[in-house]
Write a protein that binds this ligand. Sequence first.
Ligand code: NAD
Length: 289
Amino acid sequence: MNGLINSLAIIGVGLIGSSLALSLKQSGYVKRVTGYGRSEASLQKGLELGVLDDYSLSLTDAVSAADVVIVAVPLGAMAGVFKQMQPALKATAIVSDVGSVKASVVQDARAGLADAFVRFVPGHPIAGSEHSGVEAGFASLYQGRKTILTPLEETSGDALQVIDAMWRATGALVENMDVDHHDRVLAATSHLPHMLAFSLVSHLSKLSEQDEIFDYAAGGFRDFTRIASSDPVMWRDICLANGSALLELIDGFKAELDQISGSIRGQNPDALLEFFRHSKHTRDQLRNL
Ligand code: NAD
């Protein structure tokens, strides 16, 4: 493959898969995109929106002519998809994914793809939103955003080059990373913050003054809790797939909250000021945000 991709299959045509397809079609980087999913209505919508050129309700049919297959289903569905598609893949087909946790996907791909595993390139675009489904997709989602690839020792250099070039064609900034490092970093920067947003909204929803509380919620609350609108299935799967990294961070975070409550209980203004100063200083240094 020299640059352009003739035939791309998107497995799971939601926010992430449809945004990738739209971007690559609009730039002319792919000639033909075939979709596979569970709902015909949503695949039909994909045709109408110009995300797909055709679709199939059979996974094996959808991948059989593909040069590149992108698996963009929730993490819990990855194992079944890899296993089911394997017999129908072309001998040269390159497979990649967009899952938010990499060790679990690598394990699923290794088990399901058999000989095709050497042409599997684990990937994760660090872009997205709290919206989901094919209608949420947009072509510029990856522009200027990072995509992390976590190739393994056995990953074919040619396959890596194809997936790297594909993401660059969307305007993404591609970086390679070790699988476990990826999962630890993302647990801290994405998975833990989502847990905080979900638990804050859950906690407030159970207080007796619920209605009044949400009536007086302002910008800070909106900013902090936006991500609690994210898809519950996706987040269930991320928690289970990245459990050990996440549990360690949740325990560490509880200790931070305990420090604040201890300082309040002890009426310790210096400790509170030091705590907030340290966090403000750290946040102010994050010039890329
Ligand atoms: P989405 O819900 O918008 O899309 C997922 C699609 O997969 C849906 O169309 C759903 O019907 C389909 N699907 C579910 N199970 C399936 C199965 N067994 N077979 C075929 N199709 C199936 O979700 P999304 O946000 O596009 O997330 C997709 C993947 O991308 C997930 O693995 C997620 O971890 C990852 N990701 C999400 C974000 C984000 O912010 N949303 C960012 C980066 C990576």
